[in-house]
Design a protein around this ligand. Structure first.
Ligand code: ZN
Length: 158
């Protein structure tokens, strides 16, 4: 078990040190900003859509290791996915982080499953979910900055 944890930590460390898709996207179709005042994480997501499919997704910003790694892994997982597939991944990810074990399918999370340990640290859950709330806002076409401390940041699947 501890070997697995080490592997997970390595993956998070790797993505926080050398985040993937970490660049400004030229002429994005959509763009959204997310802010987590509790930690100071601040990110901007950029998208190019092809209909309902996420053709390209990149990000910029400053955040802690968990936030950066989570955003980096999210961009890797979601590139090429449909909007509704992205929502399904987030639903599972959110259930995992909030400890609703019955309600998620780890197999659907791919590498994002490395964040399962974060559920033990409620403050860090916001760091890990910030990019996802921001994604949701962008896909909904909202303009304002997403804050983890505002009720509008809540993801609704309905
Ligand atoms: Zn953070």
């Amino acid at each position: 078990m501890s070997e697995i944890n080490e592997l997970y930590q390595e993956l998070i460390l790797d993505h926080s040190k050398s985040p993937r898709n970490f660049r400004v996207l030229e002429a994005p179709d959509r763009k959204a900003e997310g802010y987590n005042p509790l930690c100071g994480d601040r990110i901007t997501l950029y998208f190019q859509m092809a209909g309902d499919r996420i053709r390209e997704i990149t990000f910029q910003g400053l955040g802690c290791a968990i936030c950066k790694a989570s955003t980096s892994l999210m961009t890797v997982e979601l590139k090429g996915k449909l909007k509704k597939e992205a929502e399904e991944v987030f639903r599972n990810f959110h259930a995992m982080l909030t400890g609703q074990e019955k309600n998620f399918d780890k197999a659907k999370l791919g590498k994002l499953a490395v964040f399962s340990g974060v559920s033990e640290f409620p403050v860090r859950v916001k760091c890990a979910t910030l990019p996802w709330h921001t994604l949701h806002s962008a896909l909904e076409g909202k303009q304002q900055t997403v804050s983890t401390e505002s009720p509008s940041a809540e993801w609704t699947t309905g």
